[in-house]
Design a binder for this molecule. Structure first.
Ligand code: 9PG
Length: 821
């Protein structure tokens, strides 16, 4: 049998054309492997469904050697399957980038017949399934069975000869869709609201199952072995051509997985060809801090985003009208006066709270779709407001939902032909929203697309908004009969977004919301990565949680926070993450512990911060929470148990300042009852040697983590409230020099320090804030403090165990602290 191999320094690919199968392994012992897996194409011709690529008939191999790409040099091999006479010719191209531990491959499909064909599924990989028509098992995913200590769970749930302890990380389709990992015995969590919600949050090409052990995912997913700590990511480097789906079955003796491009039944005309996005496989070790980095960065490069440039992107801060001026059935009740009142209040506190964006949300338009007709409260239109916002030094932001239509709008009455329809000619439902079954624009209709351009052009160039929150974008990617039937849903959405970008110009900040993730990479600046937040922890409608409280992807503070954690690794790689607003007012149904957890997640995941309260009524101690998040940290943290817990509970962010490096550690209690939490050194990436100081931000308590005892040493935090957090700044204890322990001026407990100079027996430390500041800092000194002054005037201090001195400060912008000890 002739086999062909392709290798780089880490991976080995073997192609077996006679069996139409391929294998992939790491060039390291005891690693998972893909063995004899298959690809397949399903297309329709008239009424007959055809399968190709299960056999590689009439193939020709061409080694293309090394080709240049955004991923550096790639070793590439192509197989042309089906000669010139075949109805459909496929080309399979495999590539191994020399510098990145990924396998990438794509399939090109050429229609050589004289009739059109319709593409259903382009299966990039199938393994572990039994097919009668393909002659048995279509390959295997093998996790080695070495040094395995069977967990109790696995013994309980698995009878017989199962040898693995697998889990699966599933990525949701659009902004609001849940991303989470599942143990093999879990059930895939999806909406229970059926047709009311399914069109919104679920890709029509991704399957759903209620069976324990059967999961699906969009664009990418990770299969991993919880005991062995090794895993494999399967996915696509882009979604420019097709949406990509995965499904996996972990209930059998060995795992099964499929990865395919959604053909959407798009027509391929005689003489035309289409090409899939690159599919990819990445091997990973679960106990590294950032295991998906090679994949996530390859996706960025595929869209010509420069990883170094992305690291510098700055997260916006601001105010959004939605979560104050909407009712509990998600309808906006807003007037220009509401905006002005808050604008003035924010202007008045700009010294303590330097926000940038004032964003007008839903409620200014008469109906969604009728963007040029303003509601009662906005009789003078939007440009005077945008001007007023600009005049006060803020960035005017506006909410628009350009691809979705309210059936009660004039637009849907005047242009019924712009609406996407199903094969019975009825408008396709975009889900229940604003108490209506919404409709979608068919963006392959040139006039519909021209209208979208006009809306965006008017909002930016005429009204003057330079920040657009573009919502309900999934509506451009619903299943339906598009006017241009050769387009896939991913192509329709991407070209719609490209048109939006073109109309808005390069300098407008575009925030995607309710948006399928893949097709928008490289176009939007920011992306909502979770469900809407609300005034309540659990989902509800008109304040009633019944039936809704366990809905995933439905608006709720918990659902918003959940995805902010599970999608934290996209931030500053694909875009700036938007975790949705922080609600601060005491009138919500959120406890203070919940507000602290949400603030911690927003601050430490580095994305944008928008507050959404009626600012004139906000008590100062609540406003202060937002003050302490500014300037935004902006950086991406490590989420340490992203694969092991459904909602992650451990987060770490490494920071550096003039006084050295420190770690922020957050521990969460997501349970509905109070719980003891403990910090175990081994659970984080902390300095191994010496004692550590840890200062908790929300309580101000200081702890010492001693290195005396053995490796299980840790700190106990008894009875942390339901949905509460412990947020620690951890630093090594220096016996011979002063040490900053933290304070309550900024949530990072250190980024407020602009200068730190130590000498024999003395310290000069400069604290910097955006404006007026009041709070405390804590400094440990090797010997008792003798004198202390701030900006030249002596100040008192309080000694605290286990070693700090507490200083109360009140200053404008800078405080220069001199201490001798
Ligand atoms: C304006 C809002 C806000 C918000 C957006 C989006 O599924 N739902 O019931 C659901 C309700 C509201 C919603 C999304 C989904 O909100 O995310 O920030 O702009 O539109 O109407």
């Amino acid at each position: 049998m002739t086999v062909h191999t392709l290798e780089n320094s880490t991976l080995q690919l073997t192609l077996n054309p006679e069996l139409a199968r391929w294998s992939l392994s790491l060039r390291r012992k005891n690693s998972p492997t893909l063995e004899n897996v298959q690809v397949s194409l399903t297309y329709r011709r008239g009424f007959s469904r055809n399968h190709l690529l299960n056999r590689w008939d009439d193939y020709a191999i061409s080694e293309q050697g090394t080709v240049e790409s955004p991923h550096g040099p790639i070793r590439q091999t192509s197989l042309v399957i089906g000669g010139d006479e075949a109805e459909v010719q496929c080309t399979l191209t495999f590539g191994l980038p020399e510098e990145i531990p990924l396998l990438i491959w794509k399939i090109t499909i050429k229609n050589q017949a004289n009739f059109p064909i319709f593409i259903d599924e382009i299966e990039m990989l199938s393994a572990g399934y039994l097919h009668r028509d393909r002659g048995g098992l279509d390959g295997q995913i093998i996790f080695p069975d070495i040094g395995r200590q069977r967990s109790d769970q696995s013994r309980r749930f698995r009878r017989g000869s199962h040898s693995i302890d697998l889990a699966f990380f599933s990525n949701g389709w659009q902004s609001w869709s849940r991303s989470a990992s599942y143990h093999f015995y879990d059930r895939y969590q999806q909406t229970r609201l059926g047709f009311l919600r399914t069109p919104m949050v679920k890709n029509s090409g991704t399957p759903s199952s209620g069976r324990a052990g059967m999961f699906a995912s969009d664009m990418y997913g990770v299969l991993g072995d919880e005991i062995l700590r090794q895993g494999m990511l399967f996915g696509f480097l882009s979604q420019k051509q097709h949406f990509g789906s995965l499904e996996t079955w972990l209930g059998g003796i060995s795992p099964a997985l499929r990865l395919w491009a959604n053909g959407d039944d798009a027509r391929l005309d005689p003489g035309s060809q289409i090409e899939t996005d690159w599919a990819c496989v990445q091997f990973l070790h679960l106990d590294t801090p950032d295991p998906l980095a090679p994949y996530l960065e390859a996706v960025a490069r595929e869209h010509l985003l420069n990883p170094k440039q992305m690291m510098k992107s700055k997260s916006p801060s601001g105010w959004c009208s939605w979560y104050q001026f909407s009712s509990e059935d998600y309808i906006g009740r807003l007037s220009a006066d509401d905006i002005k009142e808050n604008l003035n209040a924010i202007y008045a506190v700009k010294e303590q709270l330097p926000l940038e964006v004032i964003q007008i949300d839903d409620g200014f338009e008469t109906q969604v779709g009728d963007w040029f007709s303003f509601s009662q409260g906005f009789q003078s239109g939007l440009s005077p407001l945008a001007n007023e916002i600009k005049d006060k030094g803020f960035t005017p932001g506006l909410w628009l939902a350009p691809f979705i239509v309210n059936p009660r709008s004039k637009l849907s009455a005047q242009h019924p032909d712009w609406l996407l329809r199903n094969r019975f000619g009825l408008p396709v439902s975009a889900g229940l929203q604003w108490n209506s079954f919404t409709r979608a624009l068919d963006l392959t209709h040139p006039d519909a697309l021209a209208y979208v351009r006009k809306v965006i052009d008017t909002a930016t160039n005429e009204w003057g908004f330079s920040y657009l929150k573009l919502d309900f974008l999934y509506a451009a990617a619903l299943a339906g009969c598009y006017r241009d039937a050769t387009q896939t849903r991913a192509q329709v959405l991407r070209s719609g977004l490209e048109a939006v970008r073109e109309a808005a110009g390069e300098d407008t900040f575009l925030l995607g919301c309710g948006c399928p993730l893949g097709p928008s990479i490289g176009i939007v600046d920011g992306m909502r990565i979770g469900a809407d937040t609300t005034r309540r922890w659990k989902p509800s409608y008109r304040g009633i949680e019944f039936y809704l409280k366990d809905e995933v992807s439905f608006p709720s503070a918990f659902n918003a926070v959940h995805n902010a954690l599970t999608r934290a690794d996209m931030h500053q790689r694909w875009w700036i993450n938007d975790p949705d607003c922080l609600l601060l007012r005491p009138e919500t149904h959120l406890t203070i512990s919940e507000v602290q957890s949400i603030a911690t997640v927003i601050a430490l995941t580095g994305g944008s911060l928008l507050i959404s309260d009626h600012i004139p009524d906000l008590p100062p101690e609540r406003l202060q929470i937002a003050e302490r998040l500014l300037p935004l940290i902006g950086k991406r943290p490590y989420i340490l148990d992203w694969f092991d817990s459904q909602t992650p509970t451990r987060m770490q962010l490494d920071l550096v300042g003039p006084m050295g490096a420190w770690q922020l550690i957050a521990l969460f209690n997501w349970e509905d009852t109070a719980k003891d939490l403990s910090l175990k050194k081994a659970d984080f990436y902390l300095p191994e040697w010496g004692d550590l100081y840890a200062r908790e931000f929300w309580t101000g308590r200081v702890y010492l983590i001693s290195s005396d005892s053995n490796s299980v040493q840790g700190l106990e935090f008894p009875q942390i409230s339901p949905h509460g957090v412990v947020l620690l700044a951890v630093r090594p204890q220096h016996p011979y020099s002063p040490q900053y322990l933290g304070g309550d001026l900024h949530i990072s407990q250190g980024l407020e320090i602009a200068e730190w100079q130590t000498d024999e027996g003395s310290l000069i430390c400069e604290v910097e804030r955006p404006g007026n500041a009041q709070g405390q800092i804590e400094i440990a000194t090797p010997k008792p403090v003798k004198r202390a002054s701030v900006n030249g005037s002596p100040i008192p201090w309080t000694e605290r165990s286990p070693g700090g001195n507490l200083f109360n400060l009140e200053f404008n912008r800078n405080a220069r602290i001199e201490i001798s000890y």
